[in-house]
Design a binder for this molecule. Structure first.
Ligand code: NAD
Ligand code: AKB
Length: 314
C-alpha cells in the first residue's frame, strides 16, 4: 500500500486546524504537512510539520509538493461570504486562482486525491428555500457564491478531462470552539456561544427568524474524511455534494443556550450580512450524499449546544 503524504493548505483556519489534527490521527503526524499564509495555529504547534506558504504562488506550491512527496491535497484557503463582499476582486482572485493552481499541480504530479470545499453559498434567491436539492436553480448573488459555483465546475472539468480525483462538499455554516471562524455570514452561531459565556447576552447581526443550514464541526470533519475515504466508484457527483446537519434561527439557538445559561438575552441588529443570509436556503436536502457514500449527521441543535458550552466554559 502507498503511504499517503497530505498537504493541508489553509491549515490555521476554522476547519484547517481540526481537519489537520484529525488527518494526523489517521495518517500519522509526520505524514500531514500543515501550511498557511498566517502563522501556525497554537493548537497545531508540535503536532507535525508546518510550512508557511501562499497558495497564489504556484511555483512555491509546486516545489513544496515535489519536495515533500505529497500524494493528497486539501485546499481550505479562501475568502468567505461576508469578507468577500468587502473585497470582491480579492475574493474572486484567491478563491479561483488558488483552486486552479492546486488542480494544475495535481494533474501534473498525478496527486492521488484533492479535497476542496464548496458551500451552501452557491445557492441564491431563486433556489428552493426548504430542503434545497442537489440539482436545482443556482443563481448566487455573492462573489463568494459565484466563486464556489465556478470552482465546482472546474473540479468537475479536471476530473472528467484529466482524471484528477477531486472531491467536494457544500458545507453549511460550521460551528466550532477550537479555532475562530474567518469572516462568514453564519459566524453569528459561533460568536453567540462566546458572548453567552462572557456576557450572558448577545447582539445578533441577523434577524431573529433567519433560518440557515448549519453543522457542528465534528460532523463536518467526519463528512470530509468519509467522502475522501469512499471508493472512487461511489463518488458520482464531481461538482460538490449537498450535506446537511441541522437548521435553526438565531431565536432558536438563543432559546437552547438559555436552557443551559438561565437569563441569557439576545437582541437583534441586522447589518449587510442579512441580505446574504436571506439569499441562501433555510435547509438542505442531502439525499444524494446519503445514497452515494452513506452520509449521516450525528449532532442536533440541542446536543451541539451542550457540547459547545461544556467545551467553552472556563
Ligand atoms: P478560514 O478563513 O477560517 O481559514 C482559511 C485559511 O486560509 C486561513 O487560515 C487563512 O490564513 C488561509 N489563507 C488565506 N489566504 C491564503 C493564501 N493565499 N495562501 C495560503 N493560505 C491562505 O476559513 P474556513 O472556515 O476554515 O474555511 C475553509 C474552507 O471551507 C473555505 O474554502 C470555505 O469557503 C469553506 N467553507 C467554510 C464554511 C464555514 O462555515 N467555516 C462553510 C462552507 C464552506
Ligand atoms: C459563510 O457564512 O460564508 C460560510 C459559508 C456558509 O460558506 N460559513
Amino acid at each position: 500500500m502507498v503511504k499517503e503524504k497530505i498537504l493541508v493548505i489553509g491549515a490555521s483556519g476554522q476547519i484547517g486546524v481540526e481537519l489537520t489534527l484529525a488527518l494526523r490521527k489517521i495518517y500519522g503526524n509526520s505524514q500531514v504537512v500543515a501550511s498557511d499564509l498566517r502563522e501556525e495555529n497554537p493548537l497545531l504547534k508540535g503536532t507535525g510539520p508546518y510550512v508557511s506558504m501562499d497558495v497564489m504562488n504556484k511555483e512555491m506550491l509546486h516545489v513544496q509538493v515535489i519536495r515533500q512527496g505529497i500524494t493528497q491535497i486539501y485546499l481550505l484557503a479562501a475568502i468567505l461570504s461576508a469578507t468577500g463582499e468587502k473585497n470582491p476582486n480579492l475574493a474572486w482572485s484567491l478563491n479561483m486562482q488558488g483552486l486552479l493552481n492546486v488542480l494544475d499541480i495535481a494533474r501534473e504530479e498525478k496527486i492521488h486525491k484533492v479535497y476542496w470545499p464548496s458551500s451552501i453559498a452557491v445557492f441564491g434567491p431563486t433556489s428552493p428555500k426548504k430542503d434545497c436539492p442537489q440539482q436545482t436553480i443556482i443563481e448566487p448573488i455573492t462573489v463568494y457564491g459565484i466563486s464556489k459555483y465556478a470552482g465546482e465546475f472546474w473540479c468537475n472539468y479536471y476530473h472528467h478531462r484529466f482524471g484528477v480525483d477531486v472531491r467536494s462538499l457544500r458545507y453549511p455554516g460550521l460551528i466550532s470552539y477550537k479555532s475562530a471562524p474567518g469572516g462568514g455570514t453564519t459566524d453569528y452561531a459561533v460568536e453567540i456561544f462566546h458572548e453567552a459565556i462572557e456576557e450572558n447576552k448577545y447582539e445578533c447581526f441577523l434577524s431573529s427568524d433567519t433560518y440557515l443550514p448549519m453543522m457542528y464541526m465534528p460532523d463536518a470533519i467526519r463528512a470530509t474524511i468519509e467522502l475522501m475515504e469512499a471508493p472512487s466508484s461511489n463518488i458520482k457527483v464531481r461538482t460538490s455534494y449537498n450535506v446537511s446537519g441541522m437548521s435553526f434561527s438565531p431565536a432558536e439557538i438563543a432559546t437552547e443556550i438559555g436552557k443551559c445559561l438561565p437569563g441569557f438575552q439576545i437582541s437583534y441588529k441586522p447589518d449587510y450580512r442579512q441580505s446574504i443570509a436571506d439569499s441562501w436556503p433555510q435547509s438542505i436536502d442531502d439525499s444524494v450524499a446519503r445514497n452515494d457514500w452513506g452520509w449521516k449527521e450525528e449532532f442536533t441543535l440541542k446536543t451541539m449546544t451542550i457540547d459547545m458550552l461544556e467545551n467553552l466554559k472556563p
